[in-house]
Write a protein that binds this ligand. Sequence first.
Ligand code: X8Z
Ligand code: ZN
Length: 637
Amino acid sequence: MRKLFLLAASFGVLSLAACGDKTSETTTTAATNTPAATTTTSSETNSEPTIQEAKEFLEAAEKEIEELNEFGSRIFWIQANFITYDSNWLASKVGADFAKLSTRLANEAKRFNDLNLPPDMARKMDGLKRGSNFPAPEKDGAAEELSKIMTDLDAAYGTGKFKYKSSDPQFTDLYEGNEEGVLTLGALSDIIAKSRNPEELQTVWEGWREVSPPMKNDYSRMVEIINEGSQELGFPDTGQLWRAGYDMDADDFSAEADRLWGQVKPLYDQLHCHVRAKLNENYGDEVVPLDQPIRADILGNMWGQSWGNIYDMVAPEGGGEGVDVTTLLENAGYDQKKMVEVGETFFTSMGFEPLPDTFWERSLITKPRDREVQCHASAWDLDDQEDIRIKMCTKINGEDFSTIHHELGHNIYQRAYKDQPVFYKDGANDGFHEAIGDMIALSITPEYLVKIGLLDEADVPGADADLALLMRQAMDKVAFLPFGLMVDQWRWKVFSGEYSPSEYNDGWWELREKYQGLRAPGDRPANAFDPGAKYHIPGNTPYMRYFLAHILQFQFHQAACEMAGNEGPLHRCSVYGNKDVGQKFNAMMEMGSSKPWPDALEAFTGTRDMDGSAIIEYFAPLMTYLEEQNKDRTCGW
Ligand code: X8Z
Ligand code: ZN
């Protein structure tokens, strides 16, 4: 849950946990034993605080945060890599320390509210006053209770399993050394990706969701705690706190998300219509009725969030084959490490420094057989300097090849802003952080694959394969958009109380249907807590960032390709080897969160607005094709 790139700052210095303790109840009581508190002289003497005191407060706060960051990160790293009673205990303890520090600093910062601070200091104070994304109230024991719940939820997800024996020979490998058939999420996801048997898909899909009902009480208790914490920070609820982290009014941010969705929804609607029709051809009316939302278990992904694994069912006829990266990796005998090495080469080709030796010594790249690991991929920065790493139970396939670029993008960003003060060691907004590596992965074109020796020149698909290439991308990127949006629509409603605990699951499906046009394969049990079966809910990671990233990465790609003088279609453009683009990209990343995000966006793209028109341009030929395919169909659900 608490990977480091979430740890330091993010519009709240410590976005990982939160809260306060006895010593933080007032700004003056903390004076005795903390560096930040040593600046409280003026409040002790009842005089107005000065700008000099504010400056000293920020310097002291920075030191405290840096120290706890490194200590805490190393504990969280151990916990995520070895989930045991003791590592959970440690993570829970240090999480409470973060929570307390965050709340104490937020409260202390309020002392300077009436000062007319220079803009940079005001920005740092604002960040501190937003506390963390999961703030606990100040009262005794709240930080500890919150941190334990968050640790337990994360561990419950990371250790989740379901016993299922498939008789399908393509899954024999999953049972090697595991005759009992107790499967982890990785194995269950393989079945969802590859099985075309609706009964099997339903069983496995429902089976994984048995991991989450036990989380529900903890989750609702957590919501109570962080809402109280948010209110103490001055926000009506935690959703408002989260939405306040985008250099604009919280309500304006909701409207901004709606506006972006409005730009891309027509494209999603066309894709949905076509995919449902193709699934209907494969599965028939009973499994895929043409006037209903699509069953969420038959889309090749455990959450129906990206659909690339069922590309074979929707491949455009006569549109060429496209390129199947999984097959290329297998044919070339790549192992997991080689996949990461090649990912690194993309960044070095653009002028970025190679990853440090410690990256290779300390990262986790393959799934260990003999211990519990939080397998959800993440990127870490352990010392806010050079100790960057990834943790990933990598599979040798195209999806994970992209995810490697995604994770390395986080690491490259972290290293780019390492000289910023700790308050600004973060993305321009959280969507930027998620978009960096994805933007690079958009440059994995057939021509690029030739350059790295994965594809023969003679096998580069011609223009007749453009639709196939676009369809492959759309199945992942376009399909993702409404999922990226709905996860936090759900959380915002949970935080505001619009969904009470008894409505958690129905609310989840209301939004799954509304935005994605999906439905569960069968009735859900009364105790179901399906949101808990998606990592970011028990892992407590905000999700709107991924929606934004899916918009931003196409904006970045479009701008980069323009810089590179690309004249062909966007989906054939690769900025591999382009050092000018690398330099400009780095200039944006070096800013961290020191400036409002529109400044960072402008530095790279020349525009100050997030804008869905780049993704629309990218997929324009596919849109035309989809509209043609759908013209006699009834779309919608
Ligand atoms: O969680 C992730 C990354 C780590 S930040 C692997 N992603 C989201 C997900 O898996 O749900 C990347 C895309 C969306
Ligand atoms: Zn990420």
